[in-house]
Design a binder for this molecule. Sequence first.
Ligand code: THU
Length: 134
Amino acid sequence: MSISSEDKARLIAVAEAATRKAYAPFSGFRVGAAILTESGNIFEGCNVENQSYGLTICAERTAIVSAVAAQGGEKMRIRAIAIVNEDQTPCSPCGACRQFIWEFGRDAIVLFYDSKGLQESSIRQLLPHAFSFD
Ligand code: THU
């Protein structure tokens, strides 16, 4: 499974723009995510924090919820997801987001920055032994 370099560039650009919508007054860490669905649509998300810190929603899950709301959960499948932040601080998806991505895209490609730059991985690599009923 792979995506074109054009799709990759589009996802990164949309995710970068989404960082500007982040609500991150507590951490100051503004994250953006963009999803390419199997049907070819792109959805964006940003992190949304709360005074009650534990209620914070990561950019990845915001994007996924937005895609489900638009396309319907049974139909929405993630082909690829990009995660960025304002200054390319290394940031791979947290454990909760990995499980959430996996739910909607067992072959999803995951683009994120680590200390070496932009990485292209897969949710299978990032989440071995995902929780599953089947
Ligand atoms: N955050 C994300 O949005 N995505 C990640 O992959 C890692 C962390 C957010 C949550 C919180 O608002 C801030 O970054 C600091 O943890």
